[in-house]
Design a protein around this ligand. Structure first.
Ligand code: ASP
Length: 597
């Protein structure tokens, strides 16, 4: 099919040209005996005028329905003054059709493709007809920006001698800590492949193999409950390098990201970006990924309240805990007592014993504990937080490991409630470094990142009692995250390349030799062959796109997304296997099929 121009590309400079274009009928209306049709292709919309005088077989244009695909030949003409449309790139011109051909008719689409009506369509329906949904500019733009961002990353990495390498999808369990998706293997009855949660082990083996710099746009599969920014399959820009220290590596990675953001989104972010330790982030914001644009830093007021009559303050400080809090500017009048009860409940669900709120008023202050708060204490709190009438102080008295994250969660919750995150301007891009080495879950020490992460001070491990959980939880690692506007957009670490140290870590994690052998023996063996020092990172492409495109969730930026519960409305997956698929696999399905709600 021959076309001379794309619909959305034609400009006033083309006036007088004979053109041939192909596009979908976006909208059609009659006016003064003529028919005005907006034709749309990937480049955008253009107005076509069909008239009895100019257009062969004009009467047939009456049949045009929405989304019919029509080829038009005609002449570009400048629109008369007063009819130009500034909102449209092609708004200065229109095409006067001399001839046309219906290339393909269309059923009436199940929902409107008008951009303005986007929120009126159920998301399930949009997913079912994603090929129609992506005819809308906003979805199409997300797909284009995804391409632009990835290409810019590739270009930077290629220029810096990275090799793009693919790693297997049918593999053995990988250690990111989520549940695996498994695939039954017909040739090995009773055995299953696991889909990779990340290319972690393979990229490390590429370093052992001497590849030095690797990257991949990798699909990762994690069988987790999906959330706003999670999907069962998602895309990482995955990287690994040998022989680079943390400083040089983070500098290179922030250059990669800021370059690609500039290329794809025309956004300038100044470098170097901040590097703050995990400890500092937790102390100042109660989070390992704070959005710093809306302030509300946490203050430790233990010293100010330690002698207060309010027992919860004095006794918490006496027993080694802290009293910390933050100030919400204004909004005292927007929070009723019921709202405050909800916030207390929120803090309790996050693990705090309670939450104390103090509203500053023009007469003084208001709080459930107001009769216990001495004037002196109040005065010092007001000065510490620089609080004014109309502000609210939120305080938590607890041990620091509880107080910080509870306040961090509350800070985010309150900011979301008052739209402070949405209103915040600019981009807050920075590194969090020195993550703890270990976490504790249900009494068991677990890796904070993954079991192959290098401790920041390996020598400290030598003198540690590996049963001393508190001492272990205080160890730092050479692990880092990169954060953008309150979302973790990437994370990585230096890896252990010394087999003895790796065995010590396995031991701390309670992994027996047999278990290690069975799960990662193939991987650990490689480190006996002169493994180089190496480190890496993986960036969450979907999240980056979601943030930059200002979308409410990552499904909007994934070309073919799944629902919140992991259902694919387009293909109807997951689905029951056919009997002939099960034959030979030695698998019998014993549960009843459940339908997507
Ligand atoms: N594989 C890690 C992850 O998916 C990233 C890394 O350590 O490079 O979080």
């Amino acid at each position: 099919m021959e076309r001379t121009h794309r619909c959305g590309d034609i400009r006033v400079e083309d006036t007088g040209e004979d053109v041939s274009i192909v596009g979908w009928v976006h909208r059609a209306r009659d006016h003064g005996g003529k028919r005005f049709v907006d034709l749309r292709d990937r480049a955008g919309l253009v107005q076509v005028v069909f008239s009895p005088e100019e257009t062969t077989e004009f009467h047939r244009t009456q049949d045009f329905g929405r989304e019919w695909l029509v080829q038009v030949t005609g002449t570009v003409q400048e629109r008369p003054d007063g009819t130009k449309n500034e909102d449209l790139d092609t708004g200065d011109i229109e095409i006067h059709a001399s001839d046309f051909e219906v290339v393909n008719e269309s059923e009436m689409p199940p929902f409107s493709l008008d951009e303005e009506k986007r929120n009126e369509t159920r998301e399930e329906l949009r997913m079912e007809y994603r090929y129609l949904d992506m005819r809308k500019q906003r979805v199409a733009d997300n797909i284009r920006k995804r391409h632009a961002f990835l290409q810019a990353c590739r270009e930077y990495l290629n220029d810096n001698e990275f090799l793009e390498v693919e790693t297997p999808y049918l593999t053995k369990s990988t250690p990111e800590g989520a549940r695996d998706f498994v695939v039954p293997a017909r040739n090995f009855p009773g055995n299953f492949y696991a889909l990779p949660q990340s290319p972690q082990l393979f990229k490390q083996l590429l370093m052992v193999g001497g590849m030095e710099r690797y990257y991949q746009v990798a699909r990762c599969f994690r069988d987790e409950d999906t959330r706003k920014d999670r999907q069962p399959e998602f895309t990482q820009l995955d990287l690994e390098v040998s022989f680079m220290d943390q400083d040089d590596f983070l500098t290179m990675m922030e250059e990669l990201v800021t370059n690609a953001l500039a290329e794809a989104f025309r956004v300038e972010i100044e470098t170097p970006v901040d590097r703050i330790t995990h400890e500092e982030a937790m102390n100042r914001y109660g989070s390992d990924r704070p959005d710093r644009r809306y302030g509300m830093e946490l203050h430790d007021v233990s010293d100010l309240v330690k002698d207060s009559e309010l027992n919860i303050f004095s006794s918490t400080v006496e027993s080694g805990g802290v009293v910390k809090g933050f100030r919400l500017e204004g909004h005292a009048d927007d929070l009723s007592n019921n709202d405050m009860d909800d916030l207390i409940e929120f803090a309790q669900e996050e693990g705090a014993g309670g939450l104390i709120w103090i509203k500053l008023t023009s007469e003084g202050f208001e709080s459930p504990v107001e009769s216990y708060l001495e004037t002196e204490v109040m005065r010092s709190l007001i000065s510490e937080f620089d609080a004014q009438a109309g502000d609210v102080l939120f305080l938590v008295a607890d041990d620091i490991r509880t107080a910080n994250p509870v306040l961090g969660a509350l800070r985010r919750h309150v900011a979301e409630r008052f739209g402070m995150d949405a209103e915040a301007e600019g981009y807050d891009l920075y590194w969090i470094v020195d993550f703890p080495m270990f976490d504790e879950q249900d009494g068991q020490v677990t890796p904070e990142h993954h079991p192959f992460t290098m401790p920041k001070h390996p020598d400290r491990l030598e003198n540690i009692d590996t049963d001393d959980t508190d001492a272990l939880l205080n160890l730092d690692s050479d692990a880092y995250d990169i954060v953008l506007n309150g979302f973790e957009i990437g994370g990585g670490s230096r890896r252990i390349h010394d087999p003895d140290l790796q065995n010590t870590i396995f031991d701390i994690l309670g992994l027996s030799e047999d278990e290690v052998d069975e799960r990662f023996g193939w991987f650990v063996d490689a480190f006996q062959y002169g493994a180089p020092p190496h480190r890496g990172i993986a960036f969450g492409i979907d999240r980056i796109l979601m943030i930059m495109q200002d979308e409410p969730n990552i499904r909007e930026v994934i070309p073919f997304p799944k629902s919140k519960s992991g259902y694919d409305y387009l293909t109807g997956a997951p689905a029951e296997p056919r009997d002939d698929q099960l034959d030979g696999l030695g698998i019998e399905v014993t549960v009843e099929k459940q339908d997507e709600e």
